[in-house]
Design a protein around this ligand. Structure first.
Ligand SMILES: Cc1ncc(COP(=O)(O)O)c(C=O)c1O
Length: 417
């Protein structure tokens, strides 16, 4: 990883101009005829990073034994060190996994629960991870407890208070999104970690955090932190990680048991069981992991350094949301833009759908018009939401175009009471 672009000072947080966005769009493998306002769901990858991945795959396929037996583990170790530096995480506790869904499942699989134990989460938790929580609880006779993050959110301290209010002597795990998926709220996970009792392990689902927030995983104070590189860091799809706090690594196992479970540990502490188990979980295409350093460098170079990328994306998201709000008369769900860790580069807006309309049908109608933006119905929100994401390639006017299309589909803004 070259240090220079990533270390550049932050740019002022003004919404960037159309020319730089057009240049960025050309650097991504995105279809320029499509209006991309949903970086948050699946990310997007620069062409240069995909070219790196293609080279790696060609090497792998050219001599599989040379690659997997000789080259792979040193390359994985290099990628892990670069990824850890980017995350502000101790590399010894970091393992690549395909995605945050996998990361949360790994954390849950490592719990030792007794009947009556409580697993605490919020009503804004990502649906897939909530399902995993319910499954884990059902297997152990434990109970899922849900803290409501009542909207509209006007007091930045309210989410934490709602979560802490539901901690009991039986709470074994607290699973929270660092950035909530449906509502794009940034939760103060470090403050939560400080406030939780020792018997309640904090697992942070930071699916959106790397590349979006000013993140230092080591400083969060979580028992376990998982996230994605294929969202805001723009790595190829299938690059996630799980990080485990120092005192919890012994016996923290991957979801899949493989050779590392029984390999002898070399003398002298050259590696750990954690490393042996997590760094080989069966044959798969690991090139997304190996491309994380290229993604970190490429996006930094495109956007003038990561601090500038994050600040500009935040400003872009706010500017695009303001355009949608102006076009629809919609209110932003996040009434507290002074969010911890810098705030999100996604914004959710409250809308009303035409009577009887299905939100997914509206989403598909937008797709048919070449517009990618999620229309969200989620138990954590009393209103349907449209969520706009912004990355380097979004240009002024994108939000206006979305508002025009939504208006044509009968979607109206909602004034948050
Ligand atoms: C909070 C949260 N957790 C988990 C995920 C799942 O990410 P992935 O599909 O990469 O596992 C998402 C995806 O948007 C998310 O927002």
């Amino acid at each position: 990883m070259s240090p220079s672009p990533a270390d550049a000072p932050p740019a002022p947080a003004a919404a960037p101009d159309a020319r730089s966005a057009d240049e960025a769009l050309a650097a991504f493998a995105l279809d320029p005829r499509v209006l991309h306002l949903n970086h948050g769901s699946f990310g997007a990858c620069p062409r240069a990073v995909l070219a790196t991945q293609a080279d790696l795959r060609a090497d792998l396929e050219a001599a599989t034994m040379r690659w997997f037996v000789r080259d792979y583990q040193p390359a994985l170790a290099r990628a892990r060190l670069a990824a850890a530096a980017f995350l502000g995480a101790d590399a010894d506790g970091l393992a690549f996994v395909p995605n945050a869904t996998h990361g949360v499942a790994t954390a849950l699989a490592n719990l030792r629960l007794a009947p009556g134990d409580e697993l605490l989460t919020t009503d804004h938790a990502y649906g897939a991870c909530r399902n995993a929580l319910e499954r884990t609880a059902a297997l152990a006779g434990a109970r899922v407890v849900v803290a409501p993050l009542a909207l509209p959110l006007r007091d930045p301290a309210a989410p934490l208070a709602a979560i802490l209010d539901r901690v009991t002597a039986r709470t074994r795990l607290v699973l929270v999104d660092h950035v909530t998926s449906p509502t794009a709220l940034v939760l103060d996970v470090a403050a939560l970690a400080r406030a939780l009792p020792a018997h309640a392990a904090l697992v942070v689902d930071g699916a959106h955090a790397p590349g979006m927030l000013e993140l230092r995983v080591d400083d969060v104070g979580a028992a376990c932190y998982t996230g994605n590189f294929h969202k805001w860091t723009c790595a190829p799809k299938g690059a996630g990680f799980v990080w485990v706090a120092a005192g919890r690594r012994d016996g923290f196992r991957p979801l899949v048991t493989s050779h590392g479970a029984a390999l002898p540990l070399p003398p002298g502490g050259a590696t750990t069981r954690f490393r042996l188990e997590h760094d080989w979980t069966g044959t798969h295409d690991p090139t997304p992991y190996l491309c994380v350093p290229a993604a970190v460098d490429t996006v930094a170079a495109l956007g003038g350094g990561w601090p500038a990328v994050r600040a500009a994306n935040r400003a872009r998201a706010r500017a695009l949301a303001a355009e949608v709000a102006a076009g629809l008369g919609a209110d932003l769900v996040d009434q507290t833009p002074a969010a911890p860790a810098g705030g999100a580069s996604m914004v959710a807006l409250a809308v009303t759908l035409p009577a009887g309309a299905d939100h997914l049908a509206i989403e598909r109608a937008l797709l048919a018009r070449g517009i990618e933006a999620p229309i969200v119905r989620h138990p954590g929100s009393p209103w349907p939401l449209v969520r706009v994401s912004a990355h380097l390639y979004n240009r002024p006017g994108d939000g206006e175009r979305l508002a025009v299309a939504l208006t044509a589909l009968g979607v109206r803004g909602m004034k948050v009471p």
